[in-house]
Design a protein around this ligand. Sequence first.
Ligand SMILES: [Zn+2]
Length: 72
Amino acid sequence: MEPFHMPLTVSCPSCGRRLVRVAQSDLQDFAICPACLAAGPYDDVMDDPAALTVGYALPAAVKDFVCRLEGQ
Ligand SMILES: [Zn+2]
């Protein structure tokens, strides 16, 4: 299944881009910056945007999906 994504109102602390939420049925939801790929578990980032981590180890499928979003 192709992951689902939704823009968020939270901005990336590093580069100021709006984060996107990426949800996939068999994985937890992530909040991800499409520009620098800083990311974190969605619930953690919504509680505290400082939970966003540069270089977060995203599953490859999620990372590829966000890279394709950015390429559109
Ligand atoms: Zn960023």
